[in-house]
Design a protein around this ligand. Structure first.
Ligand code: MF3
Ligand code: CO
Length: 258
């Protein structure tokens, strides 16, 4: 396994790709409302990508048929946009990737449709916090397992389980590069703190915890893409593309307010 180190120039392009991803996710969440079909979000994403001069990371990737993943309630990730109507109180994970000048950005957010229950909002905030705690641990000199432990500990300290079979990943010219980034420390998927590859300035990583109200087991729907919680409990997903620095990592897909 070899983890590529990006130059400042390459990271500058990834910053642009990341901003496009953040902007499109912002537009999608702004449009989201009860009564909308999930495929309407895909149409908006296609339009905005074109406007911004970028291409989809997802469409055609292993034959994935859409530009955005829309995962509702007990769907964890990889929901295919379609005729499902989103209703008030649902929570929706929007996962989106863009290619700009040869480099990829990848990010996800989970948001309520209309107004969701306090329990659902608490899950969303814990998932956001789990990602932020992973980001904070992703410093040059740390081991990848320190990031995995930070993500899992934050999730479990709030009473949630963290999905184990799906992971974050290195990212660059390809959406999925080395290393795999587990969201837990448990074998066979996880990495214990103090173990795994050493993080170095110039590594670009996509961290993406998925938290469940119930246990961490998953199943895949008949469409062979949509991943759901095995027990039918609610799930949330957040993702950012980051660049490792000597101090705090830079979040390349963070929204820039101007
Ligand atoms: N963020 C997800 C990932 O990194 C999205 C991939 S969806 C796919 O794996 F359709 F492109 F596979
Ligand atoms: Co990803």
């Amino acid at each position: 396994m070899s983890i590529e180190i990006k130059s400042e120039k390459e990271i500058a392009v990834m910053r642009q790709a990341g901003r496009i991803v953040a902007e499109v996710l912002r537009i999608l969440t702004d449009h989201l409302k009860p009564g909308m079909k999930t495929k309407e979000l895909d149409i908006i994403a296609i339009r905005e990508l074109k406007r911004l001069g970028a291409e989809s990371s997802f469409k055609g990737y292993r034959d994935y048929p859409a530009t955005v993943c829309v995962s509702v309630n007990d769907e964890i990730v990889h929901g295919i946009p379609g005729d499902r109507v989103m209703k008030n109180g649902d929570i929706v994970a929007l996962d989106f990737g863009a290619i700009y000048k040869g480099f990829q950005g990848d990010a996800a957010v989970t948001v309520p449709v209309g107004e969701a229950s306090p329990e659902a909002m608490r899950l969303i905030e814990a998932t956001r916090g789990s990602l932020e705690s992973g980001i904070a641990a992703a410093r040059a000199g740390a081991k990848l397992g320190d990031v995995c432990a930070a993500i899992q500990n934050y999730a479990e300290s709030r009473g949630y389980s963290v999905v184990r079979e799906y992971t974050g990943h290195g990212i660059g010219r390809k959406m999925h590069e080395d290393p795999q980034i587990p969201n837990s420390t448990e074998p066979p998927y996880g990495l214990k703190p103090g173990t795994g590859p050493l993080l170095k300035k110039g590594m670009t990583l996509a961290l993406e915890p998925m938290l469940n109200v119930g246990d961490w087991h998953t199943r895949v729907a008949d469409d062979r893409w949509t991943v759901l919680t095995a027990d039918g409990s609610l799930s949330a997903h957040f993702e950012h593309t980051i660049a490792i620095n000597n101090a705090e990592p830079e979040v390349l897909t963070r929204e820039v307010y101007v």
